[in-house]
Design a protein around this ligand. Structure first.
Ligand code: AMP
Length: 283
């Protein structure tokens, strides 16, 4: 069977979460910072550690079958790859930001202005769509300092908390795109059996992350009211307790409506609610 290759970021923001995801999929490999390639001992897979800007092209050209990279990098490199799975980490947005004290009030005010960015392709498309003609200045880093140095009137850069903008006297002005880490594959890779197996593992880890395992006790009289509040994978397990008129209910609850659900369950008579993380959910 052909050994697959997956390219992940060698160092930087996405490296740790990418390694964690693959390890949570049960893959055994060494994460040596010095090596560029690491074989997986229990799956026909090799991990390539690369600069994230290079990952889309490696995948497009089939040198790597799969890659984990930010959507922003894929859009900027304009490669032809298959988007296989959003991964829920590395979330950020590409924003135009302007100095706190400035005369830019509407998008049209960016006409004729200089905007510094490391994302000229994405910014160029955005401005074209909006009918704005600006002078895009492509620089390779430290974009936030360029208005202060007189190099540009505005910037277009990735923002997650906004802290870097603030500390450079800038404020967000317009959202250009939002991004997160995604699993990409070479065109047609969706049909490969090994890739499908790996994707099932990844999806089971992601599903588990979004969900909590909940065990609670409830009087039999209140059982129907409690069950009505539980989405569960299928239907909840109901286990008799030593006290004859009480039962324990085991179920899973989506993380996003967790606290609402817990208070509703308490009101319906649930007691001794125990909440646990889940490692994997295999459907
Ligand atoms: P880096 O390690 O700084 O090269 O960032 C790698 C990737 O992390 C970027 O291409 C984005 O997809 C993602 N990312 C998430 N939050 C941010 C942020 N605040 N600034 C830069 N990149 C971010």
């Amino acid at each position: 069977m052909k050994t697959l290759k997956i390219a992940i970021q060698k160092s930087g923001r996405l490296n740790e979460k990418s390694v964690e995801l693959l390890k949570n999929c049960g893959l055994n490999f060494e994460n040596y910072k010095s090596s560029l390639i690491s074989p997986v001992s229990n799956f026909p897979l090799e991990i390539l550690f690369l600069r994230d800007d290079d990952i889309p092209e490696y995948v497009q050209d089939g040198i790597a079958d799969l890659g984990i990279v930010g959507e922003n990098v894929i859009e900027e490199t304009e490669v032809e790859v298959a988007y296989l799975q959003r991964l829920g980490f590395g979330k950020c947005s590409l924003k135009i930001a302007v100095p706190n004290n400035n005369d830019i009030a509407t998008l049209a005010d960016l006409n004729g202005k200089a905007i510094a960015t490391t994302y000229p392709v994405i910014l160029g498309k955005y401005l074209k769509e909006k009918g704005i003609t600006s002078d895009i200045r492509t620089i390779s880093g430290s974009v936030e300092i360029s208005p202060g140095l007189g190099l540009s009137d505005a910037i277009c850069d990735l923002v997650s908390t906004g802290g870097t903008l603030k500390s450079n006297g800038l404020k967000p002005f317009a959202d250009v795109m939002s991004s997160e880490a995604v699993l990409i594959g070479s065109k047609g890779s969706e049909n490969n059996d090994l890739i499908q197996e790996l994707m099932q593992r990844i999806q089971s880890v992601l599903r588990a992350k979004e969900t909590k395992y909940v065990v609670l006790n409830v009087k039999r009289d209140n059982l129907d009211a409690v069950i009505a509040l539980l989405p569960g994978v299928k239907s909840p397990s109901v286990v008799p307790l030593a006290e004859a008129d009480w039962v324990a209910v085991h179920t899973v609850i989506p993380e996003r409506d967790f606290w609402d659900r817990i208070s509703q369950l308490k009101q319906a008579g649930a007691q001794g609610i125990v909440v646990m993380p889940i490692e994997k959910i295999i459907l």
